[in-house]
Design a protein around this ligand. Structure first.
Ligand SMILES: *[C@@H]1O[C@H](CO)[C@@H](O)[C@H](O)[C@H]1NC(C)=O
Ligand SMILES: *[C@@H]1O[C@H](CO)[C@@H](O)[C@H](O)[C@H]1NC(C)=O
Ligand SMILES: *[C@@H]1O[C@H](CO)[C@@H](O)[C@H](O)[C@H]1NC(C)=O
Ligand SMILES: *[C@@H]1O[C@H](CO)[C@@H](O)[C@H](O)[C@H]1NC(C)=O
Length: 465
């Protein structure tokens, strides 16, 4: 009996020893883990120590700044384009031009990076533009208030209020906030009198001759900058764009909308389907207005085959001086569109120039027959605006503005729009309009010079002359 007890005792003792060995091993592994964690912590700590304390905020935010013109909001179907300071609407300081899926509604929050440190988040007010033509994606303004004492440099949009846990932001992309120069005078800010915003370039558009003629015409009229949104284009036009942007006259904004959505080549969902109106034209036009707001006195909103042409002035500045004198409160000037069919050639062909032989595209100097507009049906306009007086725009009209709108009489200014005609072929009501020829002497050598740089000028023909 005693022996049994002793053996049992011995046995349990042995078990205990076994347990202690296991415990010891566990303890050892645990301490290894602890050491590892501490050393990681310590290295973090020593790194922070290495950066002088006054520079700490500079490593807090922004962690990751978007290098793209289209930036998805995490955990949503929405896309952000660009963030602008805009203190024209009371209580909201920032406007983020965006593309929202109108079927996905959820509360959103803005978080700011205040010159290097994180703010608290503020609720976002979401304003879809009123026109969507039936498409699922619509141009939208996300507007937020900046928290007090925050010198905001970057903004990001969250689906939940920020809990002051920066690790949750490690993947988040920030947008730089632009138009932050309120403290500068207009003289310092207004680098341009006129900016032309051309919405979207897509497909393999390669209408080089008309494009170069149009840009040179605009330069003669006093335009300082042309902004164009590029999804894709033809090879020759690509070279033209590169030459103009190197020189600084043209700003090419990458617009890879086809990487995110199925863009429609048309304007109405029920006809052409797709996710978004005309490759996102409304979004790019609005983006261009905000991009130009600080730096340009006026913005022209038109397509690349259109020239807004003064008929009583030699340039846009004297036109606008005159119009603004008559309408001091106006911020939007509607210009009537006139179609010059590219199928009707001026009979003498005097501007069918040999050096432009083989240059792809339409020669606008050869198309001077203007269709008489049918005033019984809707007649579209394009616009010259003061960007600071416009909040939201559509293609043919401004949706929200602070100033008045004026329809400019067509003998003062109208659009020369060289394109195919939508009228039936039997239609015969045309008028000669040779306004473009007034500029030909200055225009032709400038066009030649650009085509030469691109390598498209037919110089063999020239030499034979
Ligand atoms: C805000 O921050 C920028 C740098 O990010 C700085 O240049 C500017 O002076 C700051 N403004 C104020 C009012 O602190
Ligand atoms: C960060 O992004 C990576 C890769 O896209 C993903 O695997 C990870 O879950 C993300 N982390 C957070 C906190 O969202
Ligand atoms: C803008 O127009 C004014 C008045 O015509 C002129 O003095 C100024 O030089 C122009 N600015 C630019 C950038 O062309
Ligand atoms: C326009 O976009 C296309 C497609 O991304 C690209 O190949 C081309 O180089 C771009 N052109 C310019 C001038 O940026």
């Amino acid at each position: 009996m005693l022996k049994k007890v002793v053996t049992e005792f011995h046995q349990s003792l042995m078990d205990n020893v076994k347990v202690s060995r296991k415990k010891l091993l566990l303890l050892f592994v645990f301490s290894l883990v602890l050491v590892a964690i501490f050393s990681v912590q310590f290295s973090d700590f020593s790194m922070q120590n290495y950066i002088p304390r006054h520079e700490w905020p500079s490593v807090t935010c922004p962690f990751l700044v978007s290098q793209q013109t289209i930036t998805p909001i995490d955990d949503t179907r929405h896309l952000l384009v660009s963030g602008y300071m805009d203190q024209r609407v009371k209580g909201l300081d920032v406007r983020i031009i965006s593309l929202f899926n109108k079927n996905a509604k959820q509360p959103l929050y803005c978080l700011f990076c205040c010159a290097g440190s994180l703010s608290t988040s503020t609720p976002a007010s979401v304003f879809p533009h009123p026109e969507n033509f039936g498409f699922a994606y619509v141009t939208t303004d996300v507007m937020c208030q900046i928290p007090q004492d925050c010198n905001a440099t970057h903004v990001t949009v969250l689906t939940e209020p920020f809990t002051q846990d920066p690790t949750k932001l490690s993947n988040h992309t920030w947008l730089p906030l632009r138009n932050r120069n309120k403290h500068l005078s207009d003289q310092e800010k207004l680098k341009f009198n006129f900016t032309v915003c051309i919405s979207n370039l897509f497909g393999d558009y390669d209408n080089v001759l008309q494009f170069v003629q149009t840009l040179e015409m605009y330069r003669l009229l006093g335009v300082d900058r042309v902004v164009i949104y590029n999804t894709s284009c033809g090879q020759n036009l690509d070279r033209v764009l590169q030459i103009y942007s190197q020189e600084g006259f043209l700003e090419v904004v990458p617009w890879p909308i086809d990487k995110y959505l199925n863009p429609s080549p048309g304007w109405l969902f029920s006809i052409s389907g797709g996710d978004i109106h005309y490759f996102g034209q409304m979004t790019t036009l609005n983006e261009c207005i905000y991009r130009s707001m600080e730096r340009s006195r006026y913005v022209l909103l038109n397509d690349m085959d259109e020239i807004i042409m003064p008929y009583q002035h030699n340039n846009l500045m004297s036109l606008m001086d005159a119009l603004q004198k008559q309408h001091p409160e106006a911020g939007v000037f509607l210009i009537e569109n006139h179609i010059f069919p590219k199928t009707i050639f001026e009979p003498s062909r005097r501007f069918h120039l040999p050096q432009w032989e083989g240059v792809p595209g339409v020669n606008i100097l050869e198309h001077i027959h203007k269709e008489e507009p049918n005033r019984k049906i809707y007649h579209p306009h394009k616009m010259i605006i003061q960007p600071r007086m416009v909040e939201q725009t559509s293609v043919h009209e401004v949706l929200k503005a602070f100033g008045n709108k004026v329809k400019v009489p067509l003998d003062v200014c109208r659009i020369i729009h060289v394109r195919y005609s939508i009228r039936e072929p039997s239609y015969k009501d045309f008028r000669m309009d040779k306004r473009l020829w007034d500029f030909q002497e200055l225009l032709i050598p400038r066009v030649d010079e650009v085509l030469k740089k691109v390598g498209l000028l037919n110089e063999t023909v020239r030499a034979e002359e």
